[in-house]
Design a protein around this ligand. Structure first.
Ligand code: FES
Length: 582
């Protein structure tokens, strides 16, 4: 092979040597104090990748890849990387896959939430530090998509989000099963004694039967839909099953779209705007989506200085109908949503409520996208605007003396009879206390009590999905299916029940939740959007004066986390990563 550059390559090299507006591998040169030497050295080392000079002179699309043996939801990421690379090459740019950390929801201790910000920082810094003109982000499992959107928003170069897609369902005795709403319902039956050990072992092998993310409208699926609603994913790609050939086609097209974005210079800050965040919230409310998405969307928006007040959230909720009939709120699975018309069909139903002048990664406005007709919608899973599942949105924000800075309640997955409740508090002062006593035969608890979990918020515990407190065993065995439960924790997007989450300020930093004692009365009113501790203010103040925060870690990432994590209404991001941080 002739080692002399081709004339065109020579010209390109020279042009880039003389041009400050570097692109491709000439972006962000390593600092040796000699830019030309840095360029020469980088190109020399790049040759060892075995890539031709012709390609090395092209614009570069980074492909943030997240395969990991600890992340079953990302099992097909290597196939997606190949397909994205194919698309990038076919559009005339050089694909450069690079790893970031991967977060497999059920493999992380104490909770994946603690590492979302770490992944966001990894993603942002690797986009920023490495020479790329655009990036395709491949994620899927719960925390990965928000982490990638947060990182890409802060790095703010052209970016396309590609999700891994949902799992397909399994079968058990003629019943379809999908992670993880069915995991929870079978486990509840096992706890109540109506499913035995042999059957639960069978079910274990039938819940998660393919690669991909949880098969219901849990957090991963909700975030996939929100990424598309924000405009950061290609239209129609959120719900394509992980194993469907169209998922690979979507990956290839995402690669091409990233190359076109280099030309159009459309960046995340042009796409993620106040209006597109509101569109995403409309979608969240209409799919009966995960409460976690409220926190994640706040974090993504916060990276660009966008904040949606609680009052606006509730306005949107009161006028946005629930239209999608999927578990955990309804009956279907993500594969049904895709076959029913997916996001394209849903957005057309929501059209009267949406901001149509937002743009997506294709450069088109939402109005232009939705002007195209679609041929068919399966009304079993995507209801019409005029015949919704519910006339109001799936989530509601609460405030009151127990949660002065807010809390979240998923009314779509709750028991309407408990919407207006008053009950006696049964308090657990932390996760260990909960584990030790919830099933104790002598626990003083009645069906109309309110279970309260303290010290499970972001500062105290990294905000695990512990808000889905189990029904105490003796009540479960007596047939109790739901109770009001309150905490500063989160709950899985695949869970259900009358559960108040994300109470802020959290107990560990002296929020009123820390003042609740066994036997106190608590009132929940969904109609008034309030959660109140019925204890006199001066008594609450007296109790909080004695409050001692739990011990803090002193080293490493966990110490950084504890020092800098914000509360749920600010997305639990690190305070120094928000748009207005200095
Ligand atoms: Fe990955 Fe549910 S465990 S999406």
């Amino acid at each position: 092979m002739n080692d002399r550059p081709e004339p065109s390559a020579r010209l390109a090299w020279k042009r880039q040597t003389m041009n400050d507006k570097a692109f491709g591998l000439d972006r962000g040169l390593t600092n040796y104090g000699d830019r030309d030497f840095a360029r020469f050295l980088r190109r020399s080392f790049a040759r060892s990748l075995g890539i031709s000079r012709e390609l090395l002179n092209k614009p570069v699309v980074g492909v943030a890849m997240t395969p990991s043996a600890f992340n079953n939801c990302h099992r097909y990421v290597p196939d997606l990387v190949q397909a994205v690379s194919r698309g990038v090459l076919s559009a005339g740019a050089l694909p450069m896959p690079f790893p970031t950390i991967s977060l497999g929801e059920v493999f992380l201790n104490p909770t994946s939430m603690m590492y979302r910000n770490l992944m966001a920082m990894d993603t942002e810094e690797m986009i920023f530090a490495q020479p790329m003109d655009a990036v395709v982000l491949i994620g899927g499992c719960d925390k990965t998509v928000p982490a990638q959107l947060m990182g890409a928003s802060s790095a703010n170069i052209p970016a396309v989000q590609l999700v891994t897609g949902p799992m397909s369902t399994g079968r058990h005795k003629g019943q379809r099963l999908g992670a993880c709403t069915d995991c929870r319902s079978f486990w509840a039956k096992f706890r109540a004694g109506s499913v035995d050990a042999e059957e639960i072992a069978q079910v274990e092998g039938r819940l998660s039967v393919t690669a991909g993310t949880c098969a219901v409208m849990g957090t991963a699926s909700t975030m996939a839909c929100l990424a598309e609603a924000l405009g950061m994913s290609l239209p129609g790609t959120a719900a394509i099953p992980a194993v469907h050939s169209d998922r690979l086609v979507a990956a290839e097209e995402s690669g091409r779209a990233a190359v076109r974005l280099i030309e159009s210079k459309l960046r995340p800050s042009d796409i993620i705007t106040n209006k597109s965040v509101e569109n995403a919230l409309r979608v969240l409310l209409s799919v009966g989506g995960s409460t976690n998405a409220v926190v994640h969307l706040a974090a993504v928006a916060g990276r660009l200085g966008i904040k949606i007040p609680m009052s606006r959230f509730n306005e949107l909720s009161d006028e946005t109908p629930v239209l999608v009939d999927l578990k955990p709120v309804g009956e279907g699975y993500m594969e049904d949503f895709h076959a029913a018309g997916g996001m394209g069909a849903l957005l057309r139903e929501l059209k009267p409520l949406l901001h149509l002048d937002t743009v997506d990664v294709t450069g088109r406005t939402l109005g232009e996208r939705l002007a195209e007709p679609i041929d068919w919608v399966d009304r079993a899973y995507i209801k019409s605007f005029d015949e919704p599942i519910s006339r109001v949105g799936g989530l509601v924000a609460l405030s009151g003396s127990l949660a002065p800075d807010g809390a979240v309640f998923k009314r779509a997955a709750a028991t309407p009879a408990l919407f207006e409740s008053e009950g006696r508090a049964v308090v657990f002062n932390g996760l260990d206390d909960l584990a030790a006593r919830i099933d104790a035969p002598d626990l003083d608890v009645r069906p109309d009590d309110i279970l309260v979990l303290q010290n499970a918020g972001p500062h105290a515990a990294g905000m695990p999905e512990a808000g889905y407190l189990p029904i105490p065993k003796k009540l479960a065995q007596a047939g109790v299916k739901d109770m009001v439960r309150i905490s500063d924790a989160r709950m899985s997007g695949t869970a259900f029940g009358s559960i108040v989450l994300h109470v802020a300020p959290e107990a560990a930093i002296g929020g009123p939740l820390a003042a609740v004692r066994n036997g106190d009365r608590i009132r929940l009113s969904i109609s008034q959007k309030r959660i109140d501790l019925l204890v006199a203010d001066d008594e609450i103040r007296r109790r909080l004066a004695d409050h001692k925060p739990p011990p803090a870690p002193t080293r490493g990432y966990k110490a950084l986390y504890r020092r800098t994590v914000t509360q749920a209404p600010d997305g639990c991001d690190f305070d120094f990563l928000a748009a207005d941080a200095t």
